[in-house]
Write a protein that binds this ligand. Sequence first.
Ligand code: AHM
Ligand code: MG
Length: 282
Amino acid sequence: MNDIIETIKQVAFEIDNAIKTADLGYSDSENSSGEDQLKLDVQSDLIIEKAFATVSSVKDLVSEEKEGVLSLNPNGKYTICYDPLDGSSLVDVNLSVGSIFGIYEGELKGENLVASAYVVYGPRIELVIADKNSAPKLYRVVGDAFKYISEIKMDEKGKLNASGGTQQNWCDYHKTFIDDLFQEGYRLRYSGGMVPDLHQIMLKGGGLFSYPGTSDKPNGKLRQLFEVIPFALMYEQAGGEAINHKGLRLLELVPSHPHDTSPCFFGSHYEINALRKAYGMS
Ligand code: AHM
Ligand code: MG
């Protein structure tokens, strides 16, 4: 596992450099979700693919930017499912973006996630790593290396509300739930990049990040293997919760296709309990 973490640190520097210097235009291709790919998406994907090609513990790579599975080493133990540059459409307005990595052993489903990591490219580069045994660990680039900063622990209740999806397409009970949180004093924090948005809520103690199913996207937008499940491990290990619209832990999701999405809710206990009531789960 250590070789994988070291590789993630290496690619973080390379992708950060690409963000700061590369052409921000579109490539000629679409990803498997039918979205236009930026040149930067393709470049970040290649950086990760090249770096893991020599890591013997990695069996396969599955990228948000590629349709199929890329086999690397038949004797490897882990499959890495990754979103090379999440929120890349925010680079042209100079907002924070991130890379997300889910490290799976065996079949690609939530319960086989053994560790996850994400990198935030903001005013500073930060890396968070989670496994099943301890609280997530925060690292920050100081000088030319990642320095360990602290463990991340969430409070029972937070103050922030990051509500995704097109509001016009929310169902009535979701709208009422989100409105009620604002009535209770929650403050809106939503940049449109899930990495900085979820990072902010975890580091500020708690709150809610939601990306519900909507009338135009009944299964939400965020991808299970690359985005939803890796962050679910982060939130649970930080003392929060991560569930879908039916109350299922996101770590119990079993995708039938690598690019499947899921409605998702990440938060501290208080907000997730409020969600359960609003959605009629309890
Ligand atoms: P991407 O993987 O194509 O960059 O899209 C994922 C991003 C997330 O970072 C963010 O939470 C979400 O899309 C925002 O979507 P919306 O604009 O619909 O709220
Ligand atoms: Mg993404």
